[in-house]
Ligand binder design. Structure first.
Ligand code: ZN
Length: 315
């Protein structure tokens, strides 16, 4: 009897995801990370790198621009009502990612505990007016992973003459009538990765409007800003932002389970400091209240907190 052995080639989807709420035991989609956790040679552990806090350094770069610029591609219809509206866009662009929003906040400064051979993370992240795009639906309403990179590439062609910003993060944000077929709402609420676009190493992220699946991707139905799209996206975008900055090429900072810094605190908030319209919040940035998941601080033994040097909470 002859035995036919089939070798199944499992393709690696090199992205890493913000899991949906109730899938706490899924591993990120970036595959094989646990295998090389101890392979970084001593010379790859420079002065800017602190270890021993529950997350390991693997030799790759961090993003160190001060601030890191963000670019927003509002795919679909963002000129509708409710959480697919100009109000939603305004909350994200001109409050959350304004100069006095996340930028150099106590929350964002948690990320300054990460570094690479030459730089520490700055704690700055900022949107600049004009660095956005409203393309409509040029690729339909069912997007694949590869389509997301195409959309980013089209932005860079249309808005930046084909020369993308290697120091920035490109967000593809979809209105609630759009899906991402590799698992939006079932496996993840957002993800980040990198791709070579125009010969450059471009970091980008997908975040869908969580109004598409509130039970999976929104922490609460009563949101502090009365806009469940913006309020739900804020926490997921913060998650992807901190990971894209500390692990932009998926080869810098993650733990033995393949969890990046924000993965280690996914859907963990710590205590709320108040409520607005029955919506709890734990951050006040640029005069707006937000409920944003905590991030992993790479100091003091490691833990999830709401601001650099703050109290560690486990839920
Ligand atoms: Zn993540």
């Amino acid at each position: 009897m002859r035995l036919l052995v089939l070798f199944v080639v499992v393709s690696c989807i090199s992205l890493t995801a913000q899991k949906v709420r109730d899938a706490s035991h899924l591993t990120p989609n970036g595959k094989g990370w646990g295998e090389d956790r101890d392979n970084a040679p001593p010379e790859a552990r420079p002065f800017a790198v602190t270890t021993g806090n529950g997350i390991s350094y693997h030799g790759g770069p961090v993003m160190s621009a001060s601030p890191v610029p963000v670019y927003f591609i509002w795919y679909g219809n963002w000129n509708s009502t409710g959480s697919n509206s100009a109000t939603t866009v305004n909350l994200i662009e001109n409050y959350l990612y304004s100069g006095s929003g996340l930028n150099y906040s106590g929350y964002e400064n948690i990320n300054t505990t990460y570094g690479d051979s030459t730089h520490n993370v700055s704690g700055g992240v900022q949107f600049t007016s004009g660095n956005d795009w409203f393309p409509g639906y040029p690729n339909g309403t069912r997007l694949r992973d590869a389509t997301i990179q195409t959309i980013v590439s089209n932005y860079i062609s249309q808005k930046q003459g084909g020369a993308g910003d290697t120091n920035g993060i490109y967000f593809v944000l979809t209105s609630s009538d759009v899906t991402e077929t590799s698992g939006f709402c079932t496996k993840y609420c957002g993800w980040h990765t990198r791709g070579t676009i125009g010969g450059r190493d471009i970091k980008y992220s997908f975040v869908g409007n969580p109004d598409r699946c509130p039970s999976a991707c929104e922490a609460q139905t009563n949101s502090p800003n009365g806009d469940s799209g913006a309020d739900g996206m804020a926490s997921i975008m913060a998650h992807e932002t901190e990971e894209a900055i500390s692990d932009p090429d998926l080869n810098a900072w993650y733990d033995s389970s393949g969890y990046e810094n924000a993965d280690k605190c996914a859907w963990k908030w710590g205590p709320t400091t108040g409520t607005v319209g029955n919506g709890g919040y734990n951050q006040t940035l640029a005069g707006k209240h937000w409920l944003i998941q905590m991030n992993w601080e790479n100091a003091r033994g490691g833990g999830c907190d709401q601001m650099l040097g703050g109290t560690f909470y486990t839920h």
